[in-house]
Design a protein around this ligand. Sequence first.
Ligand SMILES: *Cc1c(COP(=O)(O)O)cnc(C)c1O
Length: 355
Amino acid sequence: MSRFLSSKYRDLEAYTPGEQPRDMKYIKLNTNESPYPPSKRVIDALSSDEVMKLNLYSDPTAKELKARIAELYGVESENVFVSNGSDDILNFSFMAFCEGDKTAVSFPEISYGFYSVYAELHGVKANVIPLKDDFSIDPCDYMKNDSTVVIANPNAPTGIALGLDDIEGIVKSNPDHLVLVDEAYVDFGAQSAIELTQKYSNLLVVCTFSKSRSLAGARLGFAIASKEIIADLEKIKYSTNPYNINRLSLIAGEMAILDNGYYMDNCKRIVETREYTQNALRKLGFYVTDSKANFIFAKSDKIGGEELYLKLKARGILIRHFSKEKIKDYNRITVGTKAEMDSLISAITEILKEL
Ligand SMILES: *Cc1c(COP(=O)(O)O)cnc(C)c1O
């Protein structure tokens, strides 16, 4: 730390992303990327003609991309916000819809690690709510706490989803507060709340191209809400970085929406592979949560979470371990291709034998 850093940020604890190693080739099951490449239309559209245009700024209104997203989800372009990854949208939302002690923010104790980072970054009081013993979210906990609400559905890293009724209950019971539903993993088996944005003016649904649409490296996220909420997000964007989506990512996003069928087929394959892998892990004595995401959350009585993580890493397989006390026995394992999961299962079988 230099002596110039603002006192505001001296104690800030930044988010720790999963490892993105460059030293050797791992089977990478640690950051919930898609194991499948972008669709052919995406690849073809990123032509050298488009690269030639990189001397020009991108469209700050993202008109085409918004129109495509609006069409797919049956809303108007004015109901759509796009940005440089959904992390960007979460950051903007904490800036826009939370305020110090006045409008605190409530989110689950075990959830996406960025929520507490953004709360701290923006000096917002965080009301951190424990999960139930089975790691599920109790919707009642979010109904009357006089604060902005942020919920990942499905939740991470548990993978457990709330039903649409429960989400609607939370939204309905907070008419004077914004409810943000982070649907990063919704395409892998949960119900989206996007349709409810037509009915409730306090609901903001945040989505990403990073997981189900194979574009983690393009950095593209979108959000759907009332025109007024979207206008607020635009205001923050235009006050920070109006060109925050580059030309190539805009094109990639448009083509990905046009090729929606390809991605939804991939999601189906990932769901099948998830169920296959979970069954195999159960046979090896693991406990797994009821995941509706593209990852598995698993623990074994035979081996600690960190030990399994390290032993798999030594064998060239990366998974994600969190040291938080309540989940330290678990690991989060991204669902890759069936072949990758077979390698994982063989490696775990060997590791258990050697104990
Ligand atoms: C991966 C993830 C994000 C961030 O996605 P980007 O669009 O890549 O920034 C947001 N929320 C949750 C819960 C995630 O797991």
